[in-house]
Design a protein around this ligand. Sequence first.
Ligand code: PLP
Length: 423
Amino acid sequence: MDHFIYRNGILHAEDVALPDIAAAVGTPFYVYSAATLTRHFRVFDEALEGMDHLVCYAMKANSNLAVLKLLADQGAGMDVVSSGEYLRAKAVGVPGDKIVFSGVGKTREEMELVIKGGIRQFNVESEPELYLLSKVASELGATVPITVRVNPDVDAKTHAKIATGKSENKFGIPIAKARAVYAEAAKLPGIEVVGIDVHIGSQLTDLTPYRTAFEKVKELTLELRADGHDIRRLDLGGGLGIPYERSNEAPPLPMEYGQVVRETVGDLGCEIEIEPGRLIAGNAGLMVSSVIYRKNGEGRDFLILDAAMNDLIRPAMYEAHHDIVPVIEPLAAAEQTPVDIVGPVCESGDTFAKQRNLPHMGDGDLIAFRSAGAYGAVMASEYNSRPLIPEVLVMGDQFAVIRARPTFEEMLNRDKIPEWLQN
Ligand SMILES: *Cc1c(COP(=O)(O)O)cnc(C)c1O
């Protein structure tokens, strides 16, 4: 559920009409709904009610400081995967003991920064990382809580680029090797084993892979406890999918996911951590764009937008579907015809949708991409020297720019011409 609905024939974000934002900031832009973000966080929080738990928002989905502040104010912890993300969490006041550090390639510098700043736990992904972490922690006179990310060899049945829980993926330690790695970890200085971590992929639309993975985690918990480890925390990762195509998708609800958690690992007496990203931010955001031209090609029509693959890369990168709708509500009787919806970048991959049925739209019309709040703005680039598009946050009837579009001057000033090239 979200807060983007037509009112009096105009698409709104909460109580704000999108054409008003377009007039203020220009197109294209991202717009997020505060009510939707907080609601999604609460739904997860409630899904785990009755179990000791912490919902750590995976900020790689959308790491704008305003979004983070909103969620932190709700009590969210944060899942970070780099120093930059860690500093973002700190910048909005999240205490170190509510931040978990994930990622397959943490550097020494990142370890030092995070240990000094305070951290709830490192989710360790390999033996070399474990050894380096032990060394860095010891040098700093610290003891860091860790989990080991285990790879349960479960097929998440999602797009290949976002499946992470199969043995051929680069993530985690094979679950069969876990006992040996925990035995090693227990001997290392500066390391305190506190639990187990698992994350099998993103955009999961079926609960079965979760059930399989969590059952394996339970089994491992019992084995590791028998080996003498104090396993008291389970980080179950994120990955719950959202309906990108509303007409024919109904992924499981957080409540049902919570039920699977309860049924599989609920009786272990462990504190449960989860790391949802997409489900919190995805349907809390739209990308709004304008039609530059309607072009009649041979046998097909094109809507050429002012947004492109550099602004929203998901269709080009994952063949992802986004529902695309006119900002001005079409009449119920309006005829729908197929069009290709494309951006202006010189790549055939710069195609948002092929032969999508839409009512007639022409030059200057506003168009909105749904489900663009996660892995949208954070993945944007300035390819073709197109400025990063602004982000706007709506709360009730107010809106604010939470990241401005850079000026061309700012963009050009980032490049430096060496002295020896100047004449
Ligand atoms: C990406 C990621 C998440 C969040 O995944 P979503 O699909 O956005 O919920 C959580 N944990 C880890 C370790 C990740 O890499």
